[in-house]
Write a new protein. Structure first.
Length: 983
């Protein structure tokens, strides 16, 4: 939500803000780009770009980083050695310990530290109390598994200048570590995939004392290139020290007590033209080049969680969250890297023929992608994944950072939000109206105004007189309430929360070690330091039902502003020299901040009441790698504009492949007033976001979906119901994401890694494994869409069963009148629905299922699955779930249901939920694309649980392009049992 943005460095500016903003909103006002740094305004970014320019322009450039060969040893899957960085003509070096770990999963990890700092042998300026080590705890927050060393990895070749290690599944992977200069070439099946420091851009700015010296002379017009022949083993001569120490931007000075300390590395993807990932950016899925040129960006992609006020589109500018995981893709091959660093990071991307190594075999004619990763501080810590499929990458990444938590089932329903529902009566009224207009929804949200003057954990007593009464009304239809709780705590008297925060010493500190004070919604505020275990424990105490009065079992939480947003801070966030638990500088942990806060809330919600262990629902705005374990995200403060609707789709897809798929954008657009057509189209698109929430700014007109008027109201209600009927399939997709990290909505390159024409397609996607291919309309006045068809399967229109006249690799134009969201069923899939419309997902809990079989081309096999558990507890971890696999066999003319995991009946002691659920039936089976020979058949044979019976079937012959389809009614089987239907 919101923010006055960097407009205000003074409280007075904030006071005048709301009115100022409302005036500014009317036309589409974009973020003030100049309030956020460009690379040239960031010392470490510009230094590293200059370093790269220098290195790449010089044919004789040699990286000054060499492994001291005698320092190295390989043992138990791990190489340890020391990199010597030559720092001057006298051959003086700095010692940088390096560890290369080969993990059982086939992932490799390269970690470089700085010895002097490990030993604390440095001095900090300004009397800083900050830690002297390079930040080495990112792993502690991010990595949850998959780090077991591969004891089978072995040295395959070794001489004085290099070492080759074979590792990974059947030793198909190898890494050649070169010593002079240091570089690593990662190969799969003998060919290079990923190279580190191949371009020689490795740069670890070692600690140095500040030496006062006269500014170096530099003649006008002199360029580094002229002197390139003399500069081999040194850093660029024209090193500009002006940004080494205290640095000022927008009136804020960063004292940088450790001076320059950036880490940077070039990572080349050999023969790969597409790279994806590193969300969040309002940018295409296939990332653009960043060093200028036609259609390219001028700026690197930036990862520095920030409250970006009304972000601009098609930009590498930073947004609210960061996941430094990148995947490279080419036909039939995917590889990736995960750059584990929580400091401000920039990534340059260039593509081109392999000019550095024109002779390297097999890659000569192919385009490669070169990336340049630049972080302000911390360790160099990079994980290398060698694929070969996109699914391998998301699975291995998930093994390391964790997968999507199994969500509360309700959280896949529709969420109704606005800034703000003004009273409990208002909430209850919206609740009733949604019913009146037959619009299903699960959750209504309260933004900051519900509090008593922005004091979290309190209610505005005048407008929310009876929160429990409100909660109970919602609960009567299984609905929930989400209230916002932000990390800034109002600094005011007579507010016990802030009093405790101070007395228990649990807040973030400023550079001098005193409690940090800044400005946010409540005015003067302090920030909880969720890096501190004691602070998290205290935070949990605030959510107990008897502490946060007015909340109950159906209250859940929204964490906003957790980048953190600090209105008067540099770039609207915290000063980098602030201190967190353990005296780590904010600089080191900035991108982790949001995750630790959301995690604190997540854990708090697990302990609201003893004995009540339920899956928490927490929405976050800021995030990092690992945030997927603790909730959902949304893409922040977008605008009610068509291009924002369009941009939301690649953004959500990007989240999915980067391991945090529980993602959505504000439906309708946060700022501004969407025209009716836009609002309607946005609901149709939003029904296909994993996280589906309508939201609006306080100055936007009311736009609850029933207000929009006919025909739009009916159309939106249909979109909501479409979402609800498909909830069983959405939940199943979440299960897959939970098990192995697969995205919930999948881009074409992910599902069809061989089809090159689909690698840049980012406006359509498949939902889970359902074969449902959605292509939301995102343009005004559009009544057709072009869908790119990735394969030779048959595709049916979801609603009419028309066979789409497709050709593999070609676009097909579909009708998409206002009332229609273009949705195709790919042949060969079976998916589950619940077709009885109800007010909320909770009320659908025991409804019978409909199974839809989209028969494959030539009547071939179709398959699919359904996962269901109680949607609320952790009982699924002890087997209290049903997971069925449905197999349609065209030759045998049968559809059967078997346990998807091959579990024997009775192998799990059935709890209450499972007992009841097993009895839920399959009411209908719809088969689309059945052979004409079925026409006239009236019944089918059903076999289950030792019985055989007949069920009625109606077959509708094909007509005018529509497939023949069959509907079996009153099937009579139980969802939890094995069964077979013979047609
Ligand atoms: C989340 O909180 C738990 C409980 O306090 C803690 O053990 C864990 O380290 C935290 N993780 C993150 C990512 O903050
Ligand atoms: C072309 C050339 O030699 N340029 C400069 C290289 O550096 C020396 C000394 O720093 C300058 O005097 C040259 O002009």
């Amino acid at each position: 939500m919101h923010v006055p943005g960097p407009l205000s460095s003074k409280w007075t500016a904030y006071l005048g803000l709301l009115s100022a903003l409302s005036a500014a909103f009317a036309p589409a006002v974009a973020v003030k780009e100049h309030d956020f740094k460009k690379c040239h305004q960031s010392g470490f970014c510009s230094r590293n770009r200059a370093f790269a320019d220098h290195a790449l322009a010089s044919s004789s450039w040699q990286s000054p980083y060499n492994i001291a060969p005698e320092s190295g040893s390989f043992r138990d899957g791990q190489y340890k050695g020391v990199i010597l960085k030559t720092i001057n003509d006298n051959g003086e070096t700095v010692r940088l310990p390096i560890t290369i770990s080969f993990l059982e999963s086939g992932t490799a990890r390269v970690t470089v530290d700085e010895e002097k700092r490990q030993k604390g042998e440095i001095e900090l300026r300004h009397g800083s109390k900050a830690r002297k080590e390079r930040y080495n705890e990112a792993e502690r927050w991010v990595i949850v598994g998959g780090t077991t060393l591969d004891k089978a990895a072995k040295v395959d070749y070794e001489d004085k200048s290099q070492l080759t290690v074979k590792y990974g599944p059947s030793a198909k992977f190898e890494a050649t570590i070169k010593f002079f200069p240091f570089s690593i070439d990662f190969k799969r099946d003998g060919s290079s995939q990923i190279k580190l420091n191949d371009q020689g851009l490795l740069n670890i700015e070692h600690w140095r004392p500040k030496v006062e010296k006269p500014a170096p002379e530099k003649k006008e017009g002199e360029s580094d290139e002229e002197n390139k022949t003399e500069e081999t083993k040194e850093e660029p001569k024209a090193e500009n020290e002006s940004t080494w120490w205290d640095e000022t931007f927008g009136g804020n000075t960063d004292t940088k007590p450790r001076g320059p300390e950036s880490v940077a590395l070039d990572i080349s993807f050999v023969g790969y033209e597409h790279v994806y990932g590193i969300p969040s950016h309002a940018s295409p899925l296939s990332l653009k080049q960043t060093r200028g040129g036609d259609g390219n960006y001028q700026e690197p992609y930036r990862l520095y969680n920030a409250d970006v006020f009304e972000y601009i589109l098609d930009s590498p500018m930073t947004l609210y969250g960061s996941i430094p995981f990148m995947q490279a893709h080419r036909k039939d091959s995917a590889v990736g890297v995960f750059w584990l660093n929580a400091a401000e990071t920039w990534v340059d991307i260039t593509k081109g023929k392999d000019y550095k190594n024109p002779l390297s075999l097999g890659t000569k004619s192919k385009t490669s992608t070169h990336t340049h990763w630049i972080s302000e501080s911390g360790l160099l810590d990079v994980f290398v994944f060698l694929g070969p499929t996109p699914k391998d990458l998301t699975a291995k990444y998930g093994e390391l950072t964790g997968t999507t938590a199994m969500p509360q089932e309700f959280s896949l329903g529709y969420h109704q939000c606005r800034w703000n529902y003004v009273s409990d009566d208002d909430v209850k009224d919206v609740d009733r109206k949604m019913d009146k207009f037959k619009m299903p929804y699960d959750v209504i949200w309260l933004d900051i105004e519900y509090t008593d003057e922005k004091k979290y954990f309190t209610w505005d007593k005048h407008s929310f007189t009876d929160p429990i009464g409100m909660g109970k009304q919602l609960d009567s239809h299984g609905r929930k309430l989400v209230t916002i709780i932000d990390p800034h705590i109002k600094n005011v008297d007579n507010y016990p929360v802030v009093a405790e925060l101070k007395s228990k010493d649990l807040a973030v500190k400023n550079k001098d070690g005193n409690i940090f004070e800044g400005w946010c919604w409540p005015g003067s505020s302090h920030w909880i330091d969720a890096f501190s275990p004691a602070a998290r424990e205290w935070w949990a105490s605030l959510f107990k039902y008897d502490a946060f009065k007015g909340t109950m079992e159906n209250t859940w939480i929204w964490n906003d502003m957790n980048e953190p947003s600090v209105f008067n801070g540099p770039e609207t966030t915290m000063p980098k020299d602030n201190l967190h638990a353990g005296n780590w500088e904010h600089r080191d942990v900035h991108n982790l901040n949001g995750m630790t806060f959301q995690n604190a809330t997540y854990h708090a919600l697990t302990s609201r009441k003893p004995g009540e262990l339920r899956r928490p629902f927490v929405l976050t705005r800021a995030f990092f790698a690992g945030s997927q374990r603790v909730g959902a995200m949304w893409t922040g403060d977008n605008q009610a504009a068509w291009d924002h609707l369009a941009a939301s789709i690649p953004m959500v897809l990007s989240q999915g492949i980067a391991g945090f798929p529980f993602a959505g954008a504000d439906v309708g657009g946060f700022f501004g007033n969407p025209e009716k057509e836009l609002l309607t189209r946005w609901y149709q698109a939003g029904a296909f976001y994993p996280f589906f929430r309508g939201h609006a700014h306080i100055d936007a007109r009311r736009r609850e979906p029933y207000l929009v008027g006919e025909p739009y109201t009916t159309i939106i209600a249909a979109a909501l119901r479409l979402r609800y009927s498909l909830l069983p399939s959405w939940y199943t997709a979440f299960r897959h994401a939970h098990i192995d990290g697969t995205p919930i909505v999948k881009p074409m390159f992910y599902t069809h890694p061989s089809e090159e024409a689909g690698f840049a397609v980012d406006d359509q996607f498949f939902v889970g494994n359902t074969g449902l291919l959605a292509k939301p309309v995102t343009e005004k006045d559009k009544t057709t869409v072009d869908v790119w068809i990735p394969d030779a399967e048959v595709y049916y229109d979801y609603f009419t069963y028309y066979i789409i006249p497709t050709a593999k690799g070609k676009n097909v134009t579909l009708d998409a009148p206002m009332e229609k969201v273009p949705l195709l069923m790919r042949g060969g899939h079976v998916f589950a629905r619940r077709d009885v419309p109800r007010r909320s997902s909770a009320l659908m809990k025991w409804d019978d299922y409909t199974l839809v079989v989209a028969v494959g081309r030539d009547g071939r096999k179709a398959e699919g699955d359904l996962y269901v558990d109680d949607g609320d507890s952790y009982q699924y971890q002890s087997g209290q779930y049903i997971h069925r696999r449905f197999i349609f066999d065209g030759a045998a003319k049968s559809l059967s249901s078997v346990d998807a995991e091959g579990r024997e009946p009775g192998s799990v002691a059935e709890g209450e939920w499972l007992k009841r659920m097993r009895g839920v039936g399959v009411d209908r089976i719809v088969l689309v694309g059945v052979p004409e020979s079925w026409v006239g058949k009236k019944s089918v044979k059903v076999e289950s649980e030792g019985n055989v019976w007949e069920a009625k079937m109606e077959v509708t012959p094909a007509a005018e392009g529509r497939a023949a389809f069959a509907v079996v009614r009153k099937v009579g089987v139980r969802i939890g049992a094995d069964w077979r239907v013979v047609f």
